[in-house]
Design a protein around this ligand. Structure first.
Ligand SMILES: NC(=O)c1ccc[n+]([C@@H]2O[C@H](COP(=O)([O-])OP(=O)(O)OC[C@H]3O[C@@H](n4cnc5c(N)ncnc54)[C@H](OP(=O)(O)O)[C@@H]3O)[C@@H](O)[C@H]2O)c1
Length: 257
């Protein structure tokens, strides 16, 4: 299937490693032009250079923290200035804020998984709307199975649920303009340097038992298995998919819906 992504301008947040990097890689292989961000400039610039070397794609790196209110305009302006448009936006940066302080934990996790994403979506919206006529105008937010059912820490569970609800609300709001907003909900995904990847090395027996009890397919998911679904959802081939939240989890989720 030709995904019709060649030359399209795509933003991926949190793309220096892990799931975000795999998403950027699959877009690059499809010939998209990328704007990627992460907080740490060095690994981000290395990731951008590696992507270009491997695929020949145009990739620009914008080092910023998505929880900084100024970052939304920074990322969106960079994409528009370099490529003239925004066809797709993938909000991947997220996760838990760890702290002994209750407010820091809850507000930080809200900022990372909901508020920052709303800001970037709103900044990108006029450009996404302009891209609709040409088959663009897609947003995918990376949630978790623990936004669709109970699990994970209380803050993470609440904010990933909030992210899915927020995404659905904007999906319905923006549908008339042709912008498609969806969420992808990964199960446990292991990669070198990631949380599960580290635990696989440090606690192999505990991880074997975790898989035995939690993942019917008998292994952790891979980053490319998330990326393939995200890239499809951002493509014109997914034109009738909006407001959806899609588990990509090897059967790990226990939710019926
Ligand atoms: N891995 C899993 O099993 C799993 C399961 C379900 C859902 N998810 C979700 O999938 C997404 C990616 O997870 P991952 O495991 O690949 O994460 P990760 O290893 O923590 O990587 C996150 C990426 O985002 C960047 N980043 C983190 N916070 C950022 C911020 N505030 N502003 C800009 N960039 C930021 C990181 O670079 P810097 O540190 O340099 O900023 C890195 O490039 C998250 O939303 C996570 O909640 C992951």
């Amino acid at each position: 299937m030709d995904l019709d992504l060649k030359g399209r301008s795509v933003i991926v947040t949190g793309a220096s490693r892990g799931i975000g990097h795999a998403i950027a890689t699959e877009f690059a292989r499809e010939g998209a032009r990328l704007t990627i961000c992460a907080r740490t400039a060095g690994p981000l610039e290395e990731a951008a250079a590696r992507l270009t070397a491997e695929t020949g794609a145009e990739v620009q790196a914008v080092a910023c923290d998505v929880t900084d209110p100024a970052s939304a305009e920074l990322i969106v302006n960079a994409a528009v200035q370099s490529y003239g448009s925004i066809d797709a936006l993938v909000n991947n940066a997220g996760g838990s804020t760890r702290s002994d302080d209750l407010d820091t934990r809850w507000l930080g996790t809200f900022d990372a998984n909901v508020r920052s994403i709303v800001r970037i979506m709103l900044a990108a919206k006029p450009h996404l709307a302009q891209a609709v006529a040409n088959g663009g105008g897609a947003v995918v937010n990376i949630a978790s199975i623990y936004g669709r059912e109970s699990g994970g820490g209380p803050e993470y569970n609440s904010m990933k649920s909030g992210q899915i609800a927020m995404s659905k609300a904007y999906a319905l709001d923006w549908a008339r303009e042709g912008i498609r907003v969806n969420t992808v909900a990964p199960g446990s995904i292991a990669f070198e340097g990631g949380g599960w990847g580290r635990r696989l090395v440090e606690q192999p027996e505990v991880m074997r038992e975790f898989i035995e009890h939690n993942i019917p397919s008998g292994r952790f998911g891979r980053v490319d298995e998330i990326a393939n679904v995200v890239v499809f959802l951002c493509s014109p081939r997914a034109s009738w998919v909006l407001g959806a939240s899609i588990n990509v989890d090897g059967g790990q989720s226990r939710s019926n819906i």
